[in-house]
Write a protein that binds this ligand. Structure first.
Ligand SMILES: Nc1ncnc2c1ncn2[C@@H]1O[C@H](COP(=O)(O)OP(=O)(O)O)[C@@H](O)[C@H]1O
Ligand SMILES: [Mg+2]
Length: 250
C-alpha cells in the first residue's frame, strides 16, 4: 500500500517510492550526482547577476539557497538545470559538463538528469494531472504503457490518484504542486531543483509539499537544491548558503 500524503504518520519510516516495472522505464542514474559549480558568472546585458559563484555538492546532498529577491537565485538554478546558457564558468553534474551540452544532449540532460519544481507549478493548463506527468515521460521517450503505469503510481504516491483526470484549474495550489513533483521525478532525476516550491502555498499546504520533497529525496537518494525565502524550508537542508548580490556566502 502506498501511503497517502494526507495520512502522514510522522512516527513511521518513509516507504520506498514504488518502482513498478523498472525494466520498462528508461534507465537513468539512480541515487544522486555530485554537483560542482566553479567560477560561475552571469549577466543580463549591463546587469551583473552572478559573480564567481562556486558550489560543491555531494551525491544526495540537500542544499538550501536563500537570499533576497533579485539576488540571482532563480538564475543560478536555471543555469544548473540547463535552462539558460552558461556565459562564464563551469557546472559539472555527475559526469556531464553542462556548459558543453548542446542540442539533443542538452535536451536529454534537462529531461532525464534534472527534475524541476517551480513556485508557479509550471503545469500545462490544457492537460490533466495524469497527462502532465505523462508528458514528461513521453518527452524522454517512454512507451505509452510504461508511462501510463508510472503516472498512476506517481499520482498515487503524491496522494492524488483520485485527481488524475483533473486539469490544474480544478486543483488547489498544494495539489498542483504535488502533480508538479510527480512530474519532476517521473524520469528519476539524479538532481532535483526546486525554486521557491512553497512560495505560493499556505502554511499547512507548504508543510505537506516540504514533507513530500523530503520523502522523495530519501526514497530516491537524489541530490536536491532548494531555493527558498522560508527559514523552515532552509532548516531542513543538510547545508545552507546565502546568495547576496550575486555572491555566495556559506
Ligand atoms: N531574463 C532576464 N532579463 C533581464 N534581467 C533579468 C532576467 N531574469 C532575471 N533578471 C534580473 O536578474 C536579477 C536576478 O534575478 P533572479 O535570478 O530571478 O533573482 P531571484 O530569484 O534571487 O529573485 C534580478 O535583478 C532580475 O530582475
Ligand atoms: Mg527567483
Amino acid at each position: 500500500m502506498v501511503r497517502r500524503l494526507t495520512q502522514v504518520d510522522h512516527s513511521k519510516h518513509v516507504q520506498p517510492l514504488p518502482r513498478p516495472d523498472a525494466a520498462a522505464v528508461t534507465p537513468t542514474p539512480t541515487g544522486g550526482v555530485p554537483v560542482i559549480v566553479d567560477g560561475l558568472c552571469h549577466r543580463y546585458g549591463p546587469l551583473g547577476v552572478l559573480a564567481d559563484v562556486a558550489l560543491d555538492l555531494d551525491p544526495g546532498e540537500h542544499l538550501a539557497v536563500t537570499g533576497p529577491s533579485g539576488a540571482g537565485k532563480s538564475t543560478l538554478l536555471a543555469l544548473v538545470g540547463g535552462l539558460d546558457g552558461i556565459q562564464a564558468g563551469s557546472i559539472q553534474v555527475g559526469e556531464q559538463l553542462v556548459e558543453r551540452l548542446r542540442g539533443a544532449e542538452l535536451a536529454d540532460y534537462r529531461r532525464r538528469t534534472v527534475g524541476f519544481v517551480f513556485q508557479h507549478f509550471g503545469l500545462l493548463e490544457a492537460l490533466t494531472a495524469r497527462e502532465n506527468v505523462e508528458l514528461a515521460m513521453a518527452l524522454a521517450g517512454q512507451s505509452r504503457p510504461a508511462r501510463r503505469r508510472r503516472a498512476t503510481d506517481l499520482l498515487e504516491r503524491v496522494g492524488l490518484e483520485e485527481r488524475a483526470a483533473h486539469r490544474p484549474a480544478a486543483l488547489s495550489g498544494g495539489e498542483r504542486q504535488r502533480v508538479a513533483i510527480a512530474r519532476a521525478i517521473a524520469n528519476r532525476p539524479a538532481l532535483l531543483l526546486a525554486d521557491e516550491p512553497t512560495g505560493n502555498l499556505d502554511e499547512d499546504t507548504a508543510w505537506q509539499v516540504l514533507q513530500l520533497l523530503s520523502e522523495v529525496r530519501a526514497e530516491t537518494g537524489c541530490t536536491m537544491i532548494v531555493v527558498t525565502h522560508n527559514p523552515e524550508v532552509a532548516r531542513r537542508a543538510d547545508r545552507r548558503v546565502r546568495l547576496s548580490r550575486g555572491r555566495l556566502i556559506a
